[in-house]
Design a protein around this ligand. Structure first.
Ligand code: ZN
Length: 150
């Protein structure tokens, strides 16, 4: 495993639409393992592949001592709205208030290509949505209604 550098806001890589994963192979597993190591050393809640310069629809989430690997995630359903504050490992110096759905249903594939369905609520749902936005070149800073300086 190897820690990778985190791409920062301003880099055009963070603005690209990522491509779906087609091969659930060793190369994907290496990327996932590297992302996990990078996330652990950065102490964030999630990390998306474009944040380490890979334009693939892959993201990882670590929440409530559980670890999730999302490949080709799709938002199936969302419910309600809520505002909370968010930060990002690619955005230095500030956080922001962002409105997002309160509850979501997502579908994705695990590292072996098995389909997974998941329901998430509250801040847990927020982390998923934040990471999935990265796959479409969207940052929380684009959506924030209030900037909070660190
Ligand atoms: Zn982020």
């Amino acid at each position: 495993m190897a820690k990778r550098n985190i791409v920062k806001m301003g880099d055009p890589l963070l603005r690209k639409i990522c491509k779906p994963v087609e091969c659930f192979d060793q190369k994907l597993w290496q990327l996932l393992d590297d992302m996990k190591e990078t996330l652990d050393s950065a102490e964030g809640l999630g990390l998306a592949a474009p944040q380490v310069g890979m334009l693939k629809r892959v993201c990882i989430v670590e929440y409530d001592n559980k670890y999730y690997e999302l490949i080709n995630p799709v938002l199936i359903k969302s419910k309600g709205r809520c505002v909370d504050n968010e930060g990002c490992l690619s955005v230095e110096g500030f956080r922001g208030l962002v409105e997002r759905p309160k509850a979501i249903d997502v579908e994705y594939f695990d590292r072996h290509g098995q389909k997974v369905a998941l329901h998430a609520e509250g801040y847990f749902a927020r982390v998923f949505l934040h990471e999935m936005d990265h796959l479409d070149g969207i940052l929380f800073a684009d959506k924030m209604t209030k900037k909070i300086m660190d």
